[in-house]
Design a binder for this molecule. Sequence first.
Ligand code: EPU
Length: 424
Amino acid sequence: MDKFVIEGSRRISGEIEILGVKNGILPLIAASLLASRGKTTITNVPYFRDVATLSQILCQMGASVNYDRASRVIVIDCEQISNFTAPYDLVKQMRASFLVLGPLLARFGQANISLPGGCAIGARPVNMHINALERLGVIINQDEGLIKAKTAGLRGAVFYFDFPSHTGTENVITAACLAKGTTTLVNASCEPEVVDLAFFLNKMGANIVGAGTPVIMIEGCSQLSAVEHEAIPSRIETAFFFVAAAITGGELVVKNAILSNLGIVVDKMRQMGVEIIDLGNNAVMVRASKRLRSVNFTTWPFPGFPTDLQPQMMALLSVAEGTGIVKETVFENRFMHVQEFNRFGANIRAHLDEAVVTGVASLRGAPVMASDLQAGAGLILIALVAEGQSIIDRVYHIDRGYERIEERLSSIGASITRQKGDGK
Ligand code: EPU
């Protein structure tokens, strides 16, 4: 397994450009299954392990997928799909594989998908995806960990989400695009990636209104065609680089950053004393010139504070002045990084859904292990400010959603190298 070796206490400075967002690109790739005519082209697609896994699933179904790493363009031809199964060995690598369920049901009336199961951050059931699809006329049987779904024809319906599930909303929107009649989703996810998916589907010929609000209406149509689309920049990566500059007392210009997708995060960072200046044209200057002050924050679906930035923001709090309280309301087990953070000398006590972070004046490098993608990102950030050397193990988690992060951080002043392991 690859590791990162980081020498801390280096100031981040210079310029960095933000790449496409993993959690926006995966639903676009899955939705390309809806195109019965033409080739879908998605640009600004970084090399993420999850993109490779989903491409493999589509290829097994009969699609042809070509990804050019240099130009970051993926071209997908789904005209000839002949197999409707997403097998366990691929689904277990990535829960987002479940996103193929909606498109397969919409276009072919059948899909067999292995149940994704739990993961480090929580149990993560898929009951809302299933209940909504049943409402649209799908018959679902579960057999030995496989979900066997079939429909004689999807019909529009009204569905109320108990909680605004991000991929749940995406799965149902893609199914409803080819259903007969109108589907209304209430308490739907408002995340920017859902808005972009709706925009992409409307270009393909769908009729979706309300994306970005809690009520989304989809008027079914009979056929969708492939289109070209540019993935939106990652708000998670944007905030990661903001924190990298802030935690090291640096100064960074971040390009291709959409500040409106990071409202509450920017507000909290400004309250802490970070200077965040909109330079126009999606360029932002981030600077921290003195010790930051703590804040409290609570994770919440968009436009609340994103759970995917909780570890990174906790990293920033761990060296700020005062005590901050972090409440995690989206996932029940997303404090796995706390004990790893404390190895650096951080002072964090977590109990159930709350963590109390008492800022310390300095941290020391340590050997640590990434438990999941964003926990790994948080560890990198702490290691950037810690004195001496840190070694982060299991960086394959980080590779799932950050492209060659070591090269990009090195280009803005960090000392970080990849130590090759056994290939994972
Ligand atoms: N939930 C249910 N039943 C469902 C669906 C969700 O109880 O049928 C619960 C979950 O267990 C969780 C909460 O609802 O407690 C929110 O889950 P949500 O469905 O919104 O999460 P997701 O769609 O599975 C996506 C991202 C995650 C991100 C969350 C929250 C993708 C591929 N994944 O997951 O990203 O943390 O939304 O914003 O879009 C990551 O990138 O590593 C990652 C974990």
